[in-house]
Every structure is written in structure tokens, then in C-alpha cells.
Design a protein around this ligand. Sequence first.
Ligand code: C5P
Length: 299
Amino acid sequence: MPPRAAARRSAGRPRAPRPPSGALGAGPRHPDGATRRAPEERHLLSTPAAKPPSAPSDPAGRIVFPLDVPDLESALAFARLLSGKVGWFKIGLELFTAAGPDSVARVREAAPGCGIFLDLKLHDIPATVAGAMRQAARSGAGLVTCHAQGGAEMLKAAAESAGDAARVLAVTVLTSLKPAGMEELSPEFRQPGALAARLARTALDAGCHGLVCSPAEVSQLRELAGPGPLVVVPGVRPAWATVANDDQARTGLPARAISDGADLLVVGRPLRDAPDPAAAASRLRDEIAAALPGPEARR
Ligand code: C5P
């Protein structure tokens, strides 16, 4: 039985699959053609899972698949299925709450060569976030998120306690937030882009290694961040995908997000719920490849 069907049966939801062999490589090329990483940094980018690539040279390595499933068995089935088709597996609140920190090692075993992205969206007082980030960085995850809205001190504590073990991504404004909802959240910032830019500046000044933003804010945040920090983009919706009852509001196409300067695209339900998740991941990889400039696209 394909993993998706098996997952549906056991958990009432579809399941899914490792990073490609070339997924960890030289830094990405920016639309302006500049190579983002200095040559001396490249050895860092080719270190496997515990410290995976910031932006891989294989287009498939640009794909982050969120293991948004309720149990470890379903997650491992997806890790095995998509191993080699995506560069990263994201463990978020649902799986982490169900299966705990061991899920990081288990997914790494199931998909050797893939990076693990621990999407905990930490948001608490600096001491608490520092403690949680220390543990997260020890787990073997290469990327860990915290909420930029926790403020400069919290972000600094997160970045310091991750040390060299993991890269800290600051989530700016959730992709599910509609511009209309901004007024309740922040009357001063009626446009998500304005708040995202403010939070991004705070996070980078505090030492965070990257940003998470919606497709609508990629070009603005890339310009603000410059070529170094990672820009990771959820809310990506390929034109061929339909997501039932989609809760994402600020969505965008994969090729546009890449040409705007995204390093990694988080694509969940369009792959997870596809009739053939592995084929859908290959199709997404081809779209990413077509949007990449020069040699990266030909890999
Ligand atoms: O299924 P879909 O493609 O919408 O999955 C998006 C994933 O990205 C989810 O796991 C969600 O938690 C995560 N995410 C997001 N928006 C953010 C940060 C993370 O959707 N700002």
C-alpha cells in the first residue's frame, strides 16, 4: 500500500517521503547573479543533516516538506517516500507534540542526507527560549524557528544559545494572517509587509540566521537582508495544486518566490495531499529549476 493510502487508513490523513545527493552544495545564486556564499563557507553547506545547507545547489534541495501528520509512523513513511525528492523535512508542532524530540533522529535515519527543520516557533521570555533553543540545537536539527515578535532580547538569546549547532530562523508575520486581520494585531502596521520588514530588521540585528516570510514579502525582505541570511517561504501554492479549506492567506507561486530571492520553499499540503506525492515533488523541483538562474538550474 502506498504510504499515503496507509496513512489515510491509520490516521485519517494522507502521509508521505530525503534530500537529493546534490542538495547540499554551494550557495544559491541571487537573481542579480551574485553568488551568495563565499567559497570558504561552502564546506559548511555540504555538511550533512545536523547542519544542512542554507541553500542547496540541487533545485530539489530547495524544497522543505512539512511532516504535518499526527504520528511518527506516518512521518517516517513520508520521509522514506520523499527522501531524494526534497532537501528538508520540517517537524512542526503537531508531530513534535505527538512524538517528541526523538522524532528528529528518527526522521534523519529514515531520510539520510536530508536536513531537519524544527519548526517550534519559540516565543517566551529570553531565558526560557534560550533553554529550549539549546535543547533543539542538540537534537540534530539544522534549522529551528522562533517568533520574531518575541522581541530583540529573546531573539538574541535564541541565536546565542543555538551557537554553531543550528541556524535560527525568525518567523515574521504568519502566512495565514490576512491583511484585514492586521488591524487587530497591530493598528500601526496595517500592511503585513511593513510589520514583516520591521520584525526582520530586529531579528537580523539580534543575530538570527534567517527569516520566514510569505511569498508576498520575499523580494522586500531579500532586499532588506542582503544576500547572506536565509529566506524561507511557506504558503507556496503551485498552480496545479488545490488545497481544500486552505487556511493560508498570503500565498504565491514557487517560481515567483525563487526569482524573488527565496532560498527554501515550504510546501506541505500540495505535496502531501497529491495523488502521487513523489511525482508532485518532482514537478515542483522542475518548476524551481526553471526559475533558477544559470548553472544551478541545469543541475
Ligand atoms: O500545507 P502548507 O503548505 O500550508 O504548509 C505550510 C507549513 O509551513 C505548515 O507546517 C506551517 O506550520 C508552516 N508555516 C507557515 N507559515 C509560517 C511559518 C510556518 O505556514 N509563517
